[in-house]
Design a protein around this ligand. Sequence first.
Ligand code: ZN
Length: 106
Amino acid sequence: MNAAVFQLAVIDQPFVVPAPRICDGCTRRKKAHTVSGNYVRNGTIAFTRGFCALSVHMVKCSSCKKLVARDGREHHIVLLSWTTAGTAVWVRSMANMASLRMALTT
Ligand SMILES: [Zn+2]
């Protein structure tokens, strides 16, 4: 259970994934780059007890020209896309539910 996400859902505040300061891909390839701008995508995090608003901040990389965001791992969430995330626990329980439902309809 992700307590931080749950608390934000209770007070109706978005879970914010802050913008990264570097581009992971270019850092790994040892390419000099700068990041600039602040692009925000809003979405939803699903978790075991409901939903919480999600706000992902991104920056543009000068080298690969990609928008980069943190992958959420350090925040204990799984970013399924820019605007959809689930806590690791929720993703697992959803997989269970799906397999149960399949069993019921066949
Ligand atoms: Zn880059």
